[in-house]
Design a protein around this ligand. Sequence first.
Ligand SMILES: Nc1ncnc2c1ncn2[C@@H]1O[C@H](COP(=O)(O)OP(=O)(O)O)[C@@H](O)[C@H]1O
Ligand SMILES: [Mg+2]
Length: 328
Amino acid sequence: MENRHTSMTNVGSVIIMTDHKFIESLKDTNDTDSRKRVYRVPTAEIDFDNYTPVKWGVEYIQLDDEADELEQCMLNGMNYLIEGDKGLGKTQVVHNIAHKHSIPIITLNCSDGTKIGDLIGRPQINEFGSYFQLGVLPTAIEVANKSHNKRAILYLDEFNALQHEIQKATNSVTDGRRSIVANGKTYRLDQGVKLSVIATMNPSTYSGVNTLTEDSRSRFIGAVWEYPDSNSLKEIVDWRGIPTETVIDPMLQLVQNIHNLRINADVDYSLSPRDIAQFADCYRMWTDSTLGKPLVRSLRNTVLSKFSDLAQRELIKKQIQEIFGVPA
Ligand SMILES: Nc1ncnc2c1ncn2[C@@H]1O[C@H](COP(=O)(O)OP(=O)(O)O)[C@@H](O)[C@H]1O
Ligand SMILES: [Mg+2]
């Protein structure tokens, strides 16, 4: 094989091998102003099957009419921001609504390390040469335009975890422009097509939570989902086979106490409905097993195991002793 001239280029977080001959061949040779030159490489085709919604485990039980409200917004192509704790069922309910109406869903799990390339796209290379891999923004627009019901959902989980500069890259998709430029091409939502951007964020009342920029926030309507009270937790968790007075009620007390410790920053974890559902499953498992001690074992497995800090774990053990009257 011919020895072609190659070099390393840093694109976002990935170091890729760039084949100069290949890139040169793709340059627009009529453009003499090199500053305006657009380096187009072929764009990889979208695999639409990747965005078919699937149903998640259990049915979401709404505490008020929050899921109905979300559903209307998703159907009407609104941008909707849900601010609420982990484990409240946000991801589950968004996927289940998408599934109910067969609306394709494109997800980005946002983090501090999310790069602009994840949103817009980035050049990649494989054995056949260079190509452009679209990010979630142009992908969501394309998927919406091509979907059978002219809709798509873009789900930005933990949107506030994105660095501010990266948050801004979503603006042209979430405002009236409804478009984004990627690899020299403008991707624009077709007339009558609805793209609903659903974003989630942790409660801003927690210390150490990243913020949303004002211009990102102003492009969303939304709701704050409060931490459920004990009555709601009684409703949404499957408590079958578990004694009320000696286990359920004290457990719900423990959950509220730990949540208050979390608000005061005495501990850095609050039990979510997901953790409480784990506790109930665990309790039933140990009740049926020969290992015994279902209460203490479940508290260790599903409560104490969530606290790695020694001082915080001691605080929780003290709470367990006071509420259940048993050492954990
Ligand atoms: N209101 C609810 N109705 C039914 N299950 C719930 C509810 N809230 C939480 N859960 C349980 O907790 C899990 C929460 O998961 P998830 O959707 O990942 O939460 P989030 O995205 O808010 O962090 C669900 O899979 C379910 O088992
Ligand atoms: Mg989630």
